[in-house]
Structure formats: C-alpha cells, structure tokens
Design a binder for this molecule. Structure first.
Ligand code: FAD
Length: 314
C-alpha cells in the first residue's frame, strides 16, 4: 500500500471512531462542512445550485444520507427526495439527482429498494430529470447493479449508475452494463466512472494509487468504445485532460461525455473547463446527514484536515 492509500485508509478508520464522530458531528459547520455541503436542506442549497447553473456548469443534487436501516426511515427518505424534486423544479434547478441505494432501503431488502427507487425514478422522470444510483461499498455493489438493471427493464432509461475503478470486479461489471446498453440501442446509457471512496480491503480492491488510475483509464476507454455516455467523475487533471482530448479527437458529440466534479473541490478548474466549452456537472450535496460524506472528503486529501484543525483550535 502506498502512502496516499495509507492516509486514506487511516483517515476513514479514524472518522469511524465514536468519539471523533461525536466531536465532528457536534461542531461540523464550524469545522468546514459548508465547504463541501451546500446547505442543511434543499431550500438553503438553492442559491448555490442556481449560482452554479448561472456559471454555465450543470448540477447533480444529492440529499445526504446512507445506510438507512429501517423500512420507515427509507420511506421517509424517498418522500424527502420527491419533495426535493418538486422544490428544484419550482425554483428553476435542473432535477438531476444522485441517490444512494442504501438510503432507499437496499440494506433492508432488495424489494423495498426497488419499490422506492421506482417511485423516485418516476417522480424525477415526470420532472424531465435524471437519477443516478451512487455506488457504495462492496456489500452493496451487486445489489445496486441489480436495482439499476430492474429500473432499466421497467423503462426508466433516465437512470444511470456508477462504477469504481479500484474494485477488481469492475471490468466484469462494465461488461454487464455494456450488455444491458446493447438491449436498448435507441437510448443513451450513461456511466459515471469514479476511482472509489470507501475503505476496501486488498481482497476486493487495488491498494495503490497508480493501479487505480491505470484501471480507470482502461475502463474509460472501454466504456467510450462501447458507445456508453461516459461521465468522467474525477478531479485527477491528468486523466481529465487525456480523456477529454480523446473525446475531442474522436469528434464525440457532447452528449457522449461530461466531466463531473464535487462541490467545493477545485472550483476554479470546474469554471475553466466550463468556460472552454466543455460539459461540466457539479455534485452538490445538501442535508443534515453529512457525516459520512464529509469524512470521505477529508480522507481524500491531507490538506482538508487543516480546515477541521483550524475550526477546532484556530
Ligand atoms: C461527481 C462525483 C461523484 C462521485 N460518486 C461516487 C460514488 O458514487 N461512489 C464512490 O465510491 N465514489 C464517488 N465519488 C468519489 C470518488 O470515488 C473519489 O473518492 C474522489 O473523486 C477522489 O478521487 P479523484 O478521482 O478525484 O482522484 P484523486 O487522485 O484522489 O485526486 C485527484 C486530485 O484532486 C484532488 N482532490 C481529490 N479529492 C479532493 C477533495 N476531497 N478535496 C480537495 N481536493 C481533492 C487531489 O488532491 C488531487 O490533486 C464521486 C466523485 C465525483 C467527482
């Protein structure tokens, strides 16, 4: 394991410890959560979302939350997402949503997740939007792909999902998505490709930065070659440059690729790419259940811990 991977693994382990959770959970906004999270609810996030749209970038809305453990709580999340769709529509925000399958009950049962995801997909579809099923940690990968496939088979072609280049299984999962896309040649099949944000063991995932990057490159070319729309979701400027140059060199139309980046990460780069006429979409989380999301962002870059330290001791 290289140093960067070691930092990430250690930071995620520390963030999972109860005392750390309790301090960061209590003082979060003072500790810099607002750099990565646009507001505690959809209404407070609307000004951020509108400003991003006004700058020429597009948005992905993410009502924060994950690993919901009861049926009633999952149902409440599904209703909250539908309410957010209505608010987005009313306020002129594009209803392009990302949802974590465990928010919709994937950890409770596959049937519950399908019922709730179907309802959410219908609400988003009626608003003319898009739904991406985020990819979580290893226990949920197969379930998420099954859920995605069921939604497509039910006719929800405005739904996409995510693959993580750090997992050994991903090349096979990509084959599965390419096969599914082949069943629907008249509609776009979009794929968000990421490196992967969770703490996974050497049994399941590459542990070195260079290997994860190389895997990303190979998967990206394969997805593009197979005709998928590739959402290049990384802040890795080398990978972005290479894949954008490939897309432009191959004269791919802009509905075949886009760059996706997180709110609060490299905003100047986002604006530069967008000003150069490239399609850029920003993932904008909001909501009160921000702990897991925030700790993954801290684990991605040692310098981000400086914000927390300044908030605590500054
Ligand atoms: C739109 C979007 C959606 C995502 N959805 C998922 C998902 O569904 N499932 C999943 O597992 N992961 C998801 N991720 C997270 C992803 O897996 C990575 O953990 C994250 O993007 C960091 O890796 P990187 O690709 O940017 O590359 P890295 O090699 O980690 O970083 C490249 C450069 O960006 C900088 N950078 C990266 N992260 C940060 C940060 N937090 N703060 C400041 N600088 C940073 C680094 O310092 C480095 O300079 C998503 C990422 C994006 C952009």
């Amino acid at each position: 394991m290289d140093l960067a991977a070691l930092y990430r693994t250690t930071a995620l382990a520390i963030a999972g410890a109860k005392p750390v959770r309790s301090v960061i959970g209590r003082y979060g906004w003072r500790l810099g959560v607002g750099r990565f999270v646009a507001g505690e609810d959809i209404r407070s996030a609307v000004p951020v979302l509108l400003a991003i749209q006004a700058s020429g970038r597009r948005v992905i809305l993410d009502l924060l939350g994950e690993f919901v453990e009861s049926e009633s709580a999952s149902r409440a999340v599904a209703e909250a997402v539908k309410e957010s769709v209505a608010v987005a529509r009313e306020r002129g925000v594009e209803p392009y949503f990302s949802v974590k399958p465990t928010q919709l009950g994937l950890g409770v049962s596959a049937e519950l997740a399908l019922e709730l995801a179907d309802g959410v997909a219908s609400a988003i579809g009626a608003a003319g939007g898009h739904l991406c099923l985020d990819m979580e940690n290893v226990p949920y990968v197969s379930g998420t792909l099954d859920l995605y496939e069921e939604l497509r088979r039910a006719g929800h072609h405005h739904v996409s999902t995510v693959l993580q280049s750090y997992l050994f299984r991903t090349p096979e999962d990509l084959d599965r998505l390419i096969g599914l896309a082949g069943a629907y040649p008249d509609v776009t099949t979009a794929l968000r490709l990421v490196k992967g944000a969770y703490r996974e063991t050497a049994e399941h995932a590459l542990q070195d930065v260079a290997g994860v990057e190389e895997a990303y490159r190979a998967l990206a070319y394969r997805a593009l070659g197979a005709g998928l729309k590739l959402n290049v979701a990384t802040h890795d400027e080398g990978l972005q440059r290479e894949l954008l140059a490939y897309a432009q060199g191959a004269a791919l139309s802009q509905d075949r690729y886009e760059v996706q980046m997180l709110y609060g990460v490299k905003p100047q780069l986002q604006e530069r790419l967008s000003a150069a006429g490239l399609p850029v979409r920003v993932y904008v989380p909001f909501g009160s259940d921000w702990y897991g999301y925030f700790s993954r962002r801290l684990a991605e870059r040692p310098a981000n811990l400086a914000f927390v330290a300044r908030g605590l001791f500054g």
